[in-house]
Design a protein. Structure first.
Length: 335
C-alpha cells in the first residue's frame, strides 16, 4: 500500500546535564505535523525511500529524517513455503504506524520546529552481496560548514543495526547536539491466535533505575507515562515472537520516556542522550543501535544486559528455556 507523508517525531527532549553544560530549555520540542501542513504527495514520499537488503533484513529508510519506516524479516515467513511473503515487523501505511526514528536535537540539532533534515543517499538500493559480511549505508547532510553523515551498519546474519552520526565540523564555532532515538507505534495486535489460551504480552519494556526489566502494556501507558534517567540501558516494543529495541550508548546517561500521544492511538518510547561538543576543525561521533527481529535470548543478552528478559516464557519457563537451548544447539549444528 501507499505510504503516507511521515510525521515529525514528537519527542521528549530533556537531556541529562551531568556531563554537559546545557539547560533543557535549549532543546527544541519537535511537534507533530498538522493535517493542513501535509501538502506533500504520497508519490513524493515514496521517492525518498532507500531499500537495504541483507540475508535476514529488508529495511526501508526515509531520507527525510533518516527514519526506518519498514522492516521485513525474510527468514520468517507469514505462511510456510511462501518465500515472497516475509513477516513485516515495522511498517508505515495509511492505517498502520510502527517506525523507528532518530535524529539530533539541541543547540545545533538538525531536527527542529522548522522541520526535519532531508539527507542525500548515493543509491536507492543497497544489498549485502555474496561473500560480503558487512554493509554500510551513508546518508549525508551539509549543515553550513558542518558535514553530517548518518551511517547505518548492517552485518550478515544479524538483526542489529548500528547507527552512527559522524560530524565533521569545518566551521569556526563549536558544534553541539544530542542524539535521540524512539519507536512510534499504534496498539494494533499482529498476533493471530495464541498458545494454550495465554495472551502474549504486547507493549513496551525497558530498563529503569529501579528495575532491570520493566514492562507496560498500552492500557498502562494510557493511565500513566514513564520517564527515567538511565546509564546505558535499552527500550523495546514487544510482541509475540518479535521485538524492536533502541540501545543507546552504554556509557552515557540517557533520558528515557514513554507516553501516549494525546487522543491518538500512538505510543512513543524513546531516549535522548547528552549533547556532544565538536570543536572547530574537529570530528565527532554519536552512536546507538537498533534491533528488529526475533526474540533470540542468546543474541539479545550479548547486545545489552537484561535485554534477553524480553523473552518471557511465562509459567512454562521451566520447560521452555531448556527446550529453547536444545533447539538453538540443533540449529547451530544443522543450520
Amino acid at each position: 500500500p501507499a505510504l503516507p507523508v511521515p510525521e515529525l517525531p514528537d519527542i521528549d527532549t530533556t537531556v541529562d546535564t551531568t556531563n554537559v553544560s546545557v539547560q533543557a530549555g535549549e532543546l527544541p520540542l519537535i511537534p507533530e505535523v498538522q493535517p493542513e501542513q501535509a501538502a506533500e504527495s504520497v508519490a513524493a514520499a515514496n521517492t525518498r525511500l532507500v531499500r537495504v537488503s541483507t540475508d535476514v533484513l529488508t529495511v526501508l529508510i526515509d531520507t527525510l529524517g533518516g527514519d526506518i519506516v519498514r522492516v521485513e524479516l525474510p527468514k520468517h515467513l507469514t505462511a510456510l513455503g511462501k518465500t515472497d511473503n516475509p513477516f513485516i515487523l515495522l511498517n508505515r501505511t495509511a492505517t498502520t504506524t510502527y517506525i523507528a526514528q532518530s535524529g539530533l536535537v539541541g543547540v545545533n540539532g538538525t531536527d527542529t520546529r522548522a522541520g526535519r533534515p532531508l539527507f542525500k543517499a548515493s543509491a536507492d538500493h543497497y544489498t549485502i552481496e555474496s561473500g560480503q559480511e558487512t554493509l554500510q549505508v551513508d546518508l549525508t547532510l551539509q549543515q553550513g560548514d558542518v558535514l553530517i553523515t548518518k551511517q547505518f551498519h548492517f552485518n550478515r546474519g544479524d538483526y542489529l543495526v548500528e547507527l552512527a552520526y559522524q560530524v565533521d565540523n569545518q566551521s569556526n564555532q563549536t558544534w553541539k547536539a544530542g542524539l535521540f532515538g524512539q519507536i512510534k507505534r499504534d496498539s494494533h495486535n499482529p498476533t493471530v491466535g495464541n498458545s494454550m489460551g495465554m495472551a502474549p504480552f504486547l507493549g513496551a519494556a525497558m530498563t529503569s533505575t529501579e528495575e532491570n526489566y520493566k514492562k507496560m502494556d498500552f492500557e498502562d501507558i494510557e493511565e500513566e507515562s514513564f520517564k527515567d534517567t538511565v546509564t546505558g540501558g535499552w527500550l523495546a516494543m514487544v510482541q509475540h515472537y518479535f521485538i524492536s529495541a533502541w540501545v543507546p550508548d552504554q556509557k552515557t546517561t540517557n533520558t528515557f520516556n514513554l507516553r501516549k500521544l494525546g487522543n491518538q492511538d500512538l505510543y512513543v518510547l524513546g531516549f535522548t542522550s547528552p549533547q556532544v561538543s565538536v570543536a572547530p576543525g574537529e570530528q565527532g561521533e554519536l552512536r546507538a543501535a537498533f534491533y528488529a527481529g526475533p526474540k533470540d535470548q542468546y543474541r539479545l543478552e550479548k547486545i545489552s544486559p537484561y535485554l534477553d528478559l524480553t523473552v518471557d516464557y511465562g509459567w512454562l519457563w521451566w520447560i521452555a528455556k531448556p527446550l529453547f537451548w536444545v533447539l538453538y544447539q540443533l540449529h547451530e549444528i544443522l543450520g
